[in-house]
Design a protein around this ligand. Structure first.
Ligand code: HEM
Length: 366
C-alpha cells in the first residue's frame, strides 16, 4: 500500500499523472478524473500484470480480453436488471437475518473480527443467487448474437460473480462497520434514519425502504471514497491515446488509474480530503463523473454496482437495527470517546485493499 500511496501522491503533485515501474513494466499512473475518463472509456483491455488472476476465473469476463468480454458482459448486465434486483434484496434480507442471529452469541465476547461473519453472509447470498435462483442461470444460458455459453463458460461466469462479489463486498461492509465504530455520532444518525424507516418492526427491507436510507448511503460512499476495495484499476492501451493534456499514451502502454489518488484529489474533493465526512455526498456531490470510482467507470465498470449498494444497505440496516458497533476495547475504557480514533485506518494491498487490524470491533445489543 505504501507504493500505491506514494505513486498516487506523486501523480497528484504533478497535475494528475506520473509513471512508475511495477515489476518489470513501466506504468503510467493517473490521479485526475478528466484523464481517467478518457482512459476508462477508450482502453478496455486489462493489463498483462493481471493475467495471474486468471487462475481463479479462467476465461471469465472480469479479466478476459475484449473480444471474449464483450458478449459475456451483455449477458451478465441483464442479471442485474431492476426486476431481478428487487428479488435479490429479499435473498440478501434473509441472509442478513441469519447473520444477525449468529452474532447474538458474540455480544458478550468483547472484540470480534467482523469480516468473517460478513464474508460468510456475502458468500451465502451469492450462492443463493446463482445456485438457488433460476433467473441468474437462465439469463446466462440464453443465447445471444454470439451464441450460447458452453458449460465451462457458464461456470467461469458464476466463478466471476463469486470471486468479484464476495471478497469486495465483505471488505466494503467491514470497512463501513469499522468507520461507524470510530464515529459514534455518524452511527447514531444512521440509526435514527433506520428507525424512521422501519420503526420498531423487524420487517425485511424492500427497495423502496432502501431508497429512503440516504444518510446510510452517504456513509457507505464516504467509506469507499477513503478506502476503495479496488484502490487501483489497471488497463492496457490497444491503440495510441492522446490525453486532453496533449500527452500521448502509445499502444501497449500499461495504465494504472488510482482510485485512491482520485478520491483524494483536492481539486474535486476540497481541502479536507482525508476527513471522514459523509455529508459531502449530500451537500455537494462530486461534479465530475470519474472523480468517484470505487466501482470503476466506463463500459468496463463493475456490473454489480447497483446490487452492491442495495446489498450493503440491506445488510447494514439489518445489523444496525439490532447492534451498536463500538471500537475495539471500548467497553474496558472509561468512555466510548476515549478510544475514538480520528486517525486513518491502517490498510494494506493484496489484490484488494485490506484492514491491517483485521476489522476488529465490539458489538452491543440495542
Ligand atoms: C463493494 C463491492 C464491490 C466493489 C468495490 C467492486 C469493484 C469493482 C471494480 C473496481 C471493478 C472494475 C475493474 C476495472 O475497471 O478494471 C469491478 C468489476 C466487476 N465486478 Fe465488481 N465490485 C463490487 C461488487 C461486485 C459484485 C457484488 C459483483 C457481482 C455479483 C461484481 C461483479 C463484477 C464483475 C463481473 C466485474 C467485471 C466487469 C467487466 O469486466 O465488465 N462486483 N468491480
Amino acid at each position: 500500500m505504501k507504493a500505491i500511496k506514494k505513486f498516487s501522491n506523486d501523480a497528484l503533485k504533478q497535475g494528475g499523472i506520473t509513471s512508475v515501474w511495477l515489476f518489470s513494466r513501466l506504468q503510467v499512473v493517473i490521479a485526475d478524473p478528466i484523464l481517467a475518463e478518457v482512459v476508462l472509456k477508450n482502453c478496455l483491455e486489462k493489463d498483462d500484470l493481471l493475467d495471474i488472476l486468471k487462475i481463479f476465473t479462467g476465461g471469465g469476463s472480469i479479466f478476459a480480453p475484449v473480444k471474449i468480454w464483450r458478449s459475456r458482459r451483455r449477458k451478465i448486465v441483464r442479471v442485474f436488471n431492476v426486476r431481478n434486483l428487487k428479488e435479490f434484496v429479499k435473498i440478501i434480507g434473509r441472509q442478513s437475518d441469519v447473520m444477525v442471529n449468529q452474532l447474538r452469541s458474540l455480544t458478550s465476547s468483547g472484540s470480534i473480527s467482523i469480516v468473517k461473519y460478513l464474508k460468510k453472509a456475502s458468500l451465502c447470498t451469492v450462492y443463493d443467487l446463482v445456485e438457488k435462483n433460476p433467473t441468474v442461470v437462465d439469463i446466462l444460458m440464453k443465447p445471444n448474437y454470439a451464441g450460447m455459453l458452453s458449460d465451462v463458460e457458464l461456470c467461469e461466469e458464476i466463478l466471476v460473480m463469486i470471486f468479484a462479489g464476495t471478497e469486495t463486498m465483505s471488505i466494503a461492509l467491514s470497512l463501513v462497520c469499522v468507520m461507524l465504530s470510530k464515529y459514534p455520532d455518524e452511527q447514531e444518525q444512521v440509526y435514527q434514519e433506520i428507525k424512521e424507516v422501519f420503526g420498531d418492526t423487524n420487517k425485511q427491507p424492500t427497495t423502496v425502504d432502501l431508497q429512503r436510507l440516504k444518510y446510510l448511503e452517504a456513509v457507505i460512499k464516504e467509506t469507499l471514497r477513503l478506502y476503495p476495495p479496488g484502490p487501483i484499476i489497471m488497463r492496457k492501451t490497444d491503440k495510441d491515446i492522446i490525453l486532453p493534456s496533449g500527452i500521448k499514451l502509445v499502444k501497449g502502454c500499461g495504465v494504472v488509474i488510482s482510485a485512491w489518488g482520485i478520491h483524494r484529489n483536492p481539486d474535486y474533493w476540497g481541502s479536507d480530503v482525508e476527513k471522514f465526512r459523509p455529508d459531502r455526498f449530500l451537500d455537494k456531490p462530486p461534479t465530475h463523473p470519474a472523480s468517484y470510482l470505487p466501482f470503476s467507470y466506463g463500459p468496463r465498470n463493475c456490473v454489480g454496482q447497483q446490487y452492491s449498494l442495495l446489498s450493503m444497505k440491506t445488510t447494514l440496516s439489518t445489523l444496525l437495527r439490532y447492534y451498536r458497533i463500538l471500537p475495539e476495547g471500548a467497553r474496558v475504557s472509561e468512555s466510548q470517546n476515549a478510544v475514538k480514533d480520528e486517525q486513518q485506518l491502517r490498510v494494506k494491498y493484496n489484490v484488494i485493499l485490506n484492514h491491517v487490524d483485521n476489522y476488529v470491533v465490539e458489538l452491543v445489543a440495542r
